[in-house]
Design a protein around this ligand. Structure first.
Ligand code: F6R
Length: 588
């Protein structure tokens, strides 16, 4: 059976407490997957712990040690059970491997290994890796060379970390899945993402594809293909430890919703000259595509409206997974704006690869520094939102909106004014959080048993309706759908009956039409909730957001984010880790 992974991995070498440090790191990586978890500690022998389910507690026997690796898993195929959890072991139980990604030729490799007497205990593709390493060690290769030779046999995307009993080193490698090394004081880390080791060090080395990293008494990087050492730059991250802790908040989701005013401000602090240059590239292009997935795609749809309304430039929003049909229309005069919080979403990376082959210019809008996307782009705008730990995108979404608006303003020579409008939106976001939090909490009690929630918006509030619906359904599991205001009556209005909640985004541009659409559902018994600048008595509940001109789309989403959060709590769900989801979607 094919097993795909989208997981978190960590490796640590230091003076002690390895088990505890790996365990704490795994908890900070749990947003990447939480079906099962495991640790391999290299102490007297190789000690293995593997558990299905979310990360539980660490047995005292696993707290110590000076070297080990850990894994938290998100599986798309294959049972969630102890034998499929990582680390996966070699037949001689001397090599343990954790892996994120997919080995496409694992069946072929299994056949090869079986013909040499190897057997397999799991359904995973990963299990071929420790066994191939065992095979190559038996040929007399060093640990690093045995791993390298193994990697040369693998097809597919991966990030791995491997330990060999008694070796005193950890070997990691990346090809398409993220991996970053951390340099502490006599402590060395590798992980899928920086928050895993952030309390210990902020000095990092970003690995590129087809690189091997060796953690010993230092960090050394080598090419998978040549085996030669590569000199890498050590970078210092400016994220603070507080950003990866919940602090006084019950959940990361609420913390990150609350951080939005600051995130919006930071997103707007772009170098004006660079913005002007990038806006110029977009302005001159024959065709411009804004591409993303999920919430990032909704920000792209907002860009369609913003560019047309603010700068009179027509751009197209496309889902990354559906971009193939546009490839033929790309040329060196095209621009693809790739929008992503993580910078690792595989569908988007594939779009960018295909667009580069057509010589299109790539501009990326990204949050995670050192991720794959900026390295593939001609120009990158960093969103500077800080780490987003909750699986749901909240602050990264409003930061994306701020960047889109800023680009549109820059394109028509209104960059300074645009920055002021976005700053005002940041203030209004703070006010909206303060004012709507108690009302959202109360409303969640009323709506928590509903089956469906519909959201409507016209003009630039249409993408807000799409995003609001996604927030509600992914965290509360209540079915929610977003529509352009007038579309509901082309079919879905058949579902409106007494008490069905409908959220209407009221904008100054579409006040009359959206009021008519709201009245149409009210006439059929809908429970009507309004979000807008001007309260109207047609609504059963109303969230008032302060005016901020073209940037009104920023504060407008906040009451729905809060409602979604409290709906999850009412339904006794964990808002930070909705079922079946993972933050970084690195599989197709
Ligand atoms: C929803 C959510 C996802 C992501 C999508 C793209 O709350 O978080 O829909 O927006 O998986 O992820 P990035 O932005 O990392 O490319």
């Amino acid at each position: 059976m094919l097993v795909l992974w989208m997981c978190g991995i960590i490796g640590f070498k230091g003076k002690g407490n390895a088990g505890k440090i790996i365990f704490e790191g795994l908890k900070r990586l749990e947003y990447r997957g939480y079906d099962s978890w495991g640790i391999a500690l290299n102490s007297a022998g190789l000690e293995i712990l593997r558990k299905p389910g979310k990360i539980g507690s660490l047995p005292a026997a696993f707290e110590g040690g000076s070297l080990g690796i850990g894994h938290t898993r998100w599986a798309t195929h294959g049972g969630v059970n102890e034998k499929n959890a990582h680390p996966q072991l070699s037949n001689n139980r001397k090599i343990a491997v954790v892996h994120n990604g997919i080995i496409e030729n694992f069946l072929e490799l299994k056949k090869f290994l079986s013909s040499h007497g190897f057997s397999f205990a799991s359904e995973t593709d990963t299990e071929v890796i420790p066994n191939l390493i065992q095979f190559h060690l038996a040929e007399g290769l060093s640990f690093r060379e045995a791993v390298r030779k193994t990697l040369l046999q693998l097809d597919g995307y991966y990030a791995i970390a491997a330990v060999l009993e008694g070796s005193g080193t950890i070997i990691g490698a990346r090809n398409g899945s993220p991996l970053v090394a951390g340099l502490g004081r006599n402590e060395f880390f590798i992980a899928s993402d920086i928050p895993a080791f952030m309390p210990h060090t902020r000095k990092v080395v970003f690995l590129d594809d087809r690189e091997i990293v060796e953690l010993d008494d230092s960090i050394k990087v080598f090419s998978v293909d040549s085996g030669l050492e590569i000199k890498k730059k050590v970078q210092r991250m400016h994220w603070s430890i507080e950003q990866v802790k919940k602090g006084n908040f019950a959940h990361f989701m609420l913390k990150e919703i609350s951080e939005q005013p600051d995130a919006i401000e930071k997103a707007a602090m772009q170098d004006p000259a660079r913005l002007k240059k990038i806006a110029g590239i977009i302005g001159k292009a024959d065709n411009v595509f804004f591409v993303g997935c999920g919430t990032s795609y909704h920000a792209c749809v907002s860009a369609e409206y913003a560019f047309s309304e603010i700068a009179g430039k027509s751009v197209k929003a496309v889902l990354a997974s559906e971009f193939a049909r546009h490839i033929k229309s790309l040329s060196e005069k095209s621009v693809v704006v790739a929008v992503s919080q993580s910078g690792e979403t595989i569908d988007l990376l594939e779009t960018v690869r295909a667009a580069k082959e057509k010589k299109a210019k790539i501009v990326s809008v990204v949050n995670v520094a050192g991720s794959s996307l900026p390295r593939m782009s001609d120009e990158t705008i960093m969103m500077n939102s800080g780490p987003e730990i909750c699986v749901l995108s909240t602050k990264s979404y409003t930061a994306q909106l701020a960047v889109m608006l800023l680009l549109a303003f820059s394109l028509c020579g209104r960059a300074a004014e645009g920055r002021c409008i976005i700053r005002k939106a940041a203030e209004k976001a703070a006010e909206t959080i303060r004012k709507s939090l108690p009302a959202a909490k109360k409303l969640a009690k009323k709506l928590s048993k509903k089956q469906d929630i519909f959201l409507i918006g016209r003009g630039n509030a249409f993408p807000s309706a799409l995003e609001g619906a996604l927030k509600i359904k992914e965290v509360s599991y209540i079915h929610a759908e977003g529509f352009a205001g007038a579309e509901l009556k082309h079919g879905t209005i058949a579902l409106i009956e007494k008490g069905v909640p409908v959220i209407a985004f009221m904008t100054s541009e579409s006040e009359k039409q959206i009021t008519s659409n709201a009245m149409e559902v009210k006439a059929r018994g809908a429970f009507l909730i309004g979000i807008g600048e001007k309260k109207s008595e047609i609504f059963d509940e109303f969230f008032e957001i302060g005016g901020c001109d073209e940037a009104a789309l920023i504060p407008r989403i906040i009451p729905v984010q809060l409602l979604a959060y409290y709906l999850a709590l009412e339904r006794r769900l964990d808002p930070d880790k909705p079922r079946n989801l993972a933050k970084s979607v690195t599989v197709k």
